[in-house]
Design a binder for this molecule. Structure first.
Ligand code: HEC
Length: 192
């Protein structure tokens, strides 16, 4: 009887160990699952609000999905405005597509996040993307990213989430659109 009892205990321990083993081994996501998760994070993170040009409707601007995440359109004229409006304590201005922003930092234009190799993120590695989001510097060591790019929040995501976002961005159609360089604070008036 004692023998059977010992055998029963050993079997139970064995099955519990197998069960734990099965339960603990992390399930690896397929590429499709990773991209789907990245898409959800991009929608939730509001990337389209700033990086996708808009179409104006009676209910306000809606993302133009034919230009998904392609950044500030290169051919859009920069509107005239009085730079005194964006002095500290006054206004931050954006155009009706919210791809162009004016503030005390000058003018910033949202980047092309599509995988176009010369004007988008086509030549970026995952490491480039993660370092940029974590440090707020271009490619992790270049110039500081300008407002209102919310890298401070995006950079708190874990590696798996940032990997998913990057996988999604690399999966969308590439769009050739060379976004203008930022304009320092003293210069927007020169455009008048
Ligand atoms: C409130 C507006 C806004 C939102 C929301 C936003 N961005 Fe940006 N983003 C910008 C602006 C403006 C720039 C250009 C900054 C500059 O030129 O320094 C930028 C630049 C970038 C760059 C280029 C950085 C570089 O070094 O060239 C990447 C990559 C990027 N954003 C990714 C994202 C992702 C991913 C999301 C969503 C999770 C997102 N952004 C949400 C405004 C925004």
């Amino acid at each position: 009887m004692k023998k059977y009892f010992l055998f029963f205990i050993l079997c139970s321990v064995f099955f519990v160990m197998i069960f734990l083993q099965l339960d603990c081994s992390p399930k690896k996501m397929t590429n499709e699952e990773l991209i789907a998760k990245g898409k959800q994070l991009v929608l939730f993170g509001g990337c389209n609000d700033c990086h996708t040009p808009k179409m104006m409707t009676a209910m306000g601007p809606v993302p133009d999905t034919t230009r998904l995440l392609s950044g500030h359109p290169a051919n859009q004229p920069i509107p005239q405005f009085d730079p005194a409006l964006t002095a500290p304590g006054k206004w931050v201005l954006t155009d009706d597509g919210s791809t162009m922003w004016f503030g005390p930092w000058g003018a910033s234009f949202t980047a092309n996040l599509t995988p176009d190799s010369s004007t988008g993120l086509g030549a970026w590695t995952l490491d480039n993307f993660i370092k940029t989001m974590r440090t707020g510097k271009h490619l992790g060591s270049g110039r500081d990213l300008l407002p209102p790019m919310p890298w401070q929040g995006i950079g708190t995501l874990n590696d798996e989430d940032l990997t998913a976002i990057f996988a999604y961005l690399q999966s969308i159609p590439p769009i050739n659109n060379r976004v203008p360089n930022p304009i320092p604070p003293s210069m927007p008036s020169d455009k008048k």
